[in-house]
Every structure is written in C-alpha cells, then in structure tokens.
Design a protein around this ligand. Structure first.
Ligand SMILES: [Zn+2]
Length: 138
C-alpha cells in the first residue's frame, strides 16, 4: 500500500551551468519494505531508502544508464513506476479541488514567498498544493 508521494524540483551543479533535477519521494508500507524511497534524477542520479531506526542507504549506480537502474530499483521497492508516482500528487490534488465546498472556480495558483507558488482557494484560503523553486532565491 502506498501512502504518500512528494515531488521536489530545483537546480544543482555549478551556478554558471545549473542542471535541473527532480526528486520523487514515496512513503511505502509494503510487506517487504516499510519506509521512504527517494529517487533523485538530475546531475546526480541516486536512490535512497530510509527505514525508521536505521541509517539511510543510498544507491548511486555507475556505468551506463543510471536512470534505468534507479527506475528499476524504485519500482521494485515502491511497487509502482516513477511515472505512476509522478502522477499521484496531481490526481490527489484534482480530487480535493473537485470536492472543495467553494467550487473549483475559486481555486488558482498565487505567488507566496519568493520562489514559492501556492494553489489556494481565493474564497476561503484553503491551500491545496505548493511548489518551491529554490533557484529563484539563491
Ligand atoms: Zn474555499
């Protein structure tokens, strides 16, 4: 059973040549794995598992096609593909927006703190989602 997915994006690498990265974290409670799996796709490509009470384990594949290797490991641990995990926050947000009492027309994206965008209801202030672009403030 999959509980929660979070996605973070930003940039890494040298300031004069920044590189986009995407980090997808999923909290899993499955018979053979209970913990958090994080996959990082950018200049660096790695997968990290965190199990409560243990030290995190990071897998940084070397050689050809490291993205395919972490994708395989992610799916083996989380039980879903990276592509499926990517779509989960959007699906949940859409469901919450459709069910919101003020109606979906009142909901839109607004700017928060520098680099931050918030998906809020302009009528009651309920917050549905937020993104943070670190490179906008560094
Ligand atoms: Zn509202």
């Amino acid at each position: 059973m999959t509980n929660r997915v979070s996605i973070r994006t930003g940039s890494e690498g040298p300031r004069h040549d920044p590189y986009h990265f995407e980090e997808i974290a999923i909290i899993c409670a499955r018979p053979h794995f209970t913990g958090t799996v994080t996959v990082h796709l950018g200049l660096g490509v790695w997968l990290e598992t965190r199990v409560p009470g243990r030290r995190p384990i990071r897998y940084s594949p070397s050689g050809r096609d490291p993205e395919a290797r972490v994708a395989w490991a992610f799916e083996a641990l989380a039980g879903i593909s990276i592509k499926t995990a990517r779509a989960i926050p959007d699906r949940l947000r859409e469901r919450r927006i459709r069910a919101h009492a003020c109606g979906p027309q009142a909901i839109g994206w607004v700017d928060g703190f520098p680099g931050e965008s918030l998906c809020v209801c302009t009528r009651c202030g309920a917050c549905f989602d937020g993104t943070f672009n670190r490179s906008a403030v560094e």
